[in-house]
Design a protein around this ligand. Structure first.
Ligand SMILES: Nc1ncnc2c1ncn2[C@@H]1O[C@H](COP(=O)(O)OP(=O)(O)OP(=O)(O)O)[C@@H](O)[C@H]1O
Length: 486
């Protein structure tokens, strides 16, 4: 009898302090520890199967290693080949038997010779880490946030194999080898690190560095990446349309990059929102271990159609030169439609932009366009929004007069509205003074508003809408408009 594996994403309180154990180097890892209190009665499966899985994963790590880095393809390959041989004197490096989980046994002081040729951070950077906090975990990895100090303190995310995660526990239960199971899981992390290095883009999380450290039987690996905020769909649904549009636009920019990436067209096979994080309002992909640049060969029998199957829809692509070309791009696009666009794009959009957004929604839902056209249409929406052209259809005539008071602010006198940038007040973004006046007229509680000099990512101005304009206080740079009709 044994209980199931810990559910991914369980709360901070019951998480083991995984990274700290590595950084302080005080861990003796045993099968019993990895499995917790679970008694296991069956004999272990043959390690041959595990060895095969490790070799397959290792091949994948190599496939996404690429040729970037100082010296270009030739030098990088030569260096890595030499390192492979260094690790296994007199023979070929063996991913199953070698002590390190990968070809790159690098420590502090070897910048540029990294698996990921990532900028500077290595194990030494983790010695003085503070404020280590559990952020989240999935089946394979646990993610913590921490403060590191170089010249000044900055926040990072630390990704490591989760010893209590679904993958490790399932593997250890089956094969009873913590070291080999760790190796299998670590190759997933290494693939991800290699992909982060190869796919440098503003919507792919940045890899700052990594650390290898011996602990017990395993050579533990930790990726040090840019810190984000896990994507909360419910929270996003409550934000302003402009912010939701930003998430969708960053996603389309990401998919455009992936379709034309240096590795070929890359598909994110696991596309759930939890694979993404937000960094300053922009969406970035954080989980790349399930990404693939492979497009399958076409079926041998006529009509040689390539099928893309989703739970509620199926699509067929025509075969091109023996391969299902375009499949990765289309799969990404439809996933973007079903996980993001349907929820985030249309609701509370400016009415004049609705027809354009509906066309985008329809075209991605039916896979009528490729990613180039989709990006073009999304950028067009951004242009119309940024330049205020979404207001041109606004035939509303203003009947209300306002008195402007320069450098002033209305304390209190707030009411709630939706979707406000702050939950207990009415704080919205507008393109112009006219738009602010229209909004105020459309709200029964509004009798004044304050223009601030704060802007959103599109350059729209943030405006506080108020129930009255009594008791003004001084606030340089702000302008209060008070309704003169009471
Ligand atoms: N850089 C980051 N900043 C903030 N949170 C992050 C970061 N990277 C990952 N996370 C959070 O940690 C969780 C687990 O990370 P990740 O998805 O890489 O693990 P995983 O084991 O591959 O998960 P899965 O089983 O879903 O594929 C994510 O769902 C995300 O919420």
């Amino acid at each position: 009898l044994h209980t199931g594996p810990a559910a991914p994403g369980s709360g901070p309180a019951d998480r083991p302090d995984t990274p700290l154990r590595f950084y302080r180097g005080d861990a003796e890892l045993r099968v019993a520890e990895a499995l917790g209190a679970e008694p296991v009665s069956e004999p272990p499966d043959s390690l041959k199967d595990l060895d095969r899985q490790i070799r397959e994963r290792y091949e994948e790590v190599l496939r996404y290693r690429g040729a970037a880095g100082p010296g270009g393809a030739h030098t990088t390959r030569r260096l890595e080949r030499r390192r492979l041989m260094d690790l296994e004197p007199g023979g070929r490096w063996d991913p199953v038997r070698a002590r390190t989980p990968a070809v790159h046994k690098l420590q502090e002081g070897s910048p540029g010779r990294s698996p990921a040729a990532a900028p500077g951070l290595r194990c030494g950077s983790l010695l003085n880490l503070t404020e280590l906090r559990y952020l989240g975990s999935g089946y394979t990895k646990a993610v913590h946030r921490a403060e590191l100090s170089r010249n000044r303190s900055f926040s990072v995310a630390l990704k490591s194999v989760d010893f209590r995660g679904h993958d490790m526990r399932g593997c250890v239960r089956r094969f009873r080898s913590v070291a080999a199971c760790y190796r299998l899981a670590a190759f997933k992390l290494l693939k991800e690190m290699n992909l982060m290095r190869q796919l440098r883009h503003r919507n792919v999380l940045t890899l700052y560095g990594y650390c290898y450290q011996a602990t017990g039987d395993v050579q533990a690996v930790t990726a040090i990446t840019e810190l984000g905020t896990p994507l909360e769909m419910i929270q996003l649904l409550q934000t302003a349309w402009e912010e939701r549009f930003r998430v969708c636009l960053s996603l389309v920019r990401l998919l455009h990059f992936l379709a034309h990436s240096p590795l070929g067209s890359v598909s994110l096979l696991d596309f759930r929102p939890r694979q993404f994080v937000l960094v300053g309002g922009e969406l970035k992909v954080s989980d790349l271990d399930d990404a693939t640049a492979d497009e399958p060969p076409c079926p041998p029998e006529p009509p040689r159609l390539c099928n893309i199957d989703f739970p509620a829809r199926n699509f067929s692509l025509t075969c091109s030169r023996g391969r299902c070309a375009g499949m990765n791009e289309k799969r990404n696009l439809y996933n973007a439609y079903r996980f993001f666009f349907t929820y985030l794009l249309p609701h509370s959009a400016p009415p004049a932009l609705r027809p354009l957004l509906d066309t985008i929604l329809n075209a991605t839902g039916e896979l009528l366009w490729g990613v180039d056209e989709t990006l073009h249409r999304m950028e067009e929406v951004l242009y119309l929004y940024r330049t205020g052209q979404y207001l041109h259809n606004d035939t509303h005539t203003h009947t209300t007069a306002y008195r402007a008071v320069q450098d002033s602010w209305v304390p209190g006198q707030d009411y709630r509205c939706w979707p406000s940038y702050q939950h207990d007040v009415c704080l919205l973004s507008v393109f112009s003074l006219q738009e602010a006046a229209s909004v105020c007229e459309s709200h029964a509680h509004c009798h004044a508003f304050v223009l601030t000099n704060q802007t959103t990512w599109t350059g729209h101005q943030l405006v506080w809408f108020k129930t009255g304009g009594a008791g003004l206080s001084r606030a340089p740079g702000r302008v209060t408009y008070i309704r003169t009709d009471g």
